[in-house]
Design a protein around this ligand. Structure first.
Ligand SMILES: Nc1ncnc2c1ncn2[C@@H]1O[C@H](COP(=O)(O)OP(=O)(O)OP(=O)(O)O)[C@@H](O)[C@H]1O
Ligand SMILES: [Mg+2]
Length: 234
């Protein structure tokens, strides 16, 4: 579904991505693991057309997307839930959700609202509350729900578990499982390998702009690199 080939991104003189290639098959959950500054967010922003690569190709369902406007990429079905939530604090939960679908004209908006409220019942209870008054975990749910309102076929999630208590991470990941079961493909960026590998079938490990390991979940879980650096084992 999504093929990223030999991506090179520079910020001025900083060579942030040094030849990244990843593949996300339709219907899969794929994870991109890496420590701070590895280039995870840059990879997602490049896919979204927010950063222009100097070298490399990105194709979505066989079509090249490098150089397309972000709004066009979103309409093609790729939607990102950004790092740090970025919800609108002064808008209500309900208004935040409407911001996610402002570009849609199809008749299924009501149905999708019901769907995200069924995924995140806390949001339904708090729909008239300002986004900024929600707890961190609820704000993350809102950010995911807002992304879903843009009708993604491929959902990009940037460190959704960051800063959340374990019980909230479990709740959020249960929602990701349902989103996946309802047919969405997910590219999940995390530093929390344990959480990510609980749902991803395939993963990549990124270090200072390069892929240093990749493989099916079971291989990664048993690899020394992932066990030491990301699972704190051994
Ligand atoms: N707008 C920018 N201008 C200059 N350098 C940047 C910019 N954004 C990122 N970088 C640099 O690019 C590298 C990769 O950053 P990126 O944000 O992609 O990493 P990350 O893996 O998402 O890290 P984190 O886990 O901290 O979110 C870092 O060295 C960072 O300092
Ligand atoms: Mg990041």
């Amino acid at each position: 579904m999504l093929e990223v080939k030999d991506l090179h991104v520079y910020y001025g003189g900083i060579h942030a991505l040094q030849g990244i290639s990843i593949s996300v098959p339709e219907g899969s959950v794929v994870t991109l693991l890496g420590a701070n500054g590895a280039g995870k967010t840059t990879t997602l922003r490049t896919i979204m057309g927010l950063v222009r690569p100097r070298v490399g190709e990105i194709t979505y369902r066989g079509k090249p997307i490098v150089g397309l406007r972000t709004s066009r990429i979103v309409r093609m079905g790729i939607v990102m839930c950004p790092e740090g939530r970025r919800i609108f604090p002064d808008l209500t939960v309900w208004e935040n959700l409407l911001m996610g679908c402002y570009a849609r004209t199809d008749p299924e908006i009501e149905r999708d609202l019901e769907w995200v409220f069924s995924l995140f019942p806390r949001l339904k209870e708090r729909r008239r509350q300002a986004g900024g008054t929600l707890s961190g975990g609820e704000q993350q749910m809102l950010a995911v729900a807002r992304a879903l309102m843009a009708k993604p076929t491929l959902l990009l999630l940037d460190e959704p578990s960051l800063g959340l208590a374990p019980v909230l991470i479990t709740e959020l990941y249960n929602a990701f499982r349902q989103i996946h079961q309802e047919g969405r493909t997910i590219l999940l960026v995390e530093q929390n390998a344990r959480a990510a590998l609980s749902i991803a079938e395939y993963g990549y490990v990124l270090e200072t702009g390069r892929i240093v390991a990749e493989g099916p979940k079971d291989e990664l879980v048993s690899s020394d690199l992932v066990r030491k650096a990301y699972l704190g084992i051994g």
